[in-house]
Design a binder for this molecule. Sequence first.
Ligand code: ZN
Length: 134
Amino acid sequence: MPYMHVPKRNPRQEYRLKQRERVEASPSIAKKFPRLKGLKVTLEFFDAAGSTKQGEAKCKLNVEHAKSALWFACPGVECICGDFDLSEALFRAVAARHKMATGEVRCQGTRKRGNRGPVPCGTLLRYKFNLNYE
Ligand SMILES: [Zn+2]
């Protein structure tokens, strides 16, 4: 009988729950960045090679209500303990008063791949911020 790791709880759900708590505990964007009046975020997800687009999302955040911990879930199936934290990127963009900022972040999570065990997820996120100030 092959060795199988059976976790007592779903680590993926547990990790995401913890992240959500962290996001909820952060101040709103308006509170953290009082001069920022508008924020649009464009997300494009690519495979680890960065060549195949796997999805995209655009959102206009309500700065009064959106949390300043900018965290987005990795679309990778079964990805664990990765995901994308753009809080620092937002902080840098606002500190420099950039009207536009782009960058790349790679998911640091792992995924199960058949019976080979966990492999790095590596999903690539290319993001763009459009920012408006008062
Ligand atoms: Zn991932």
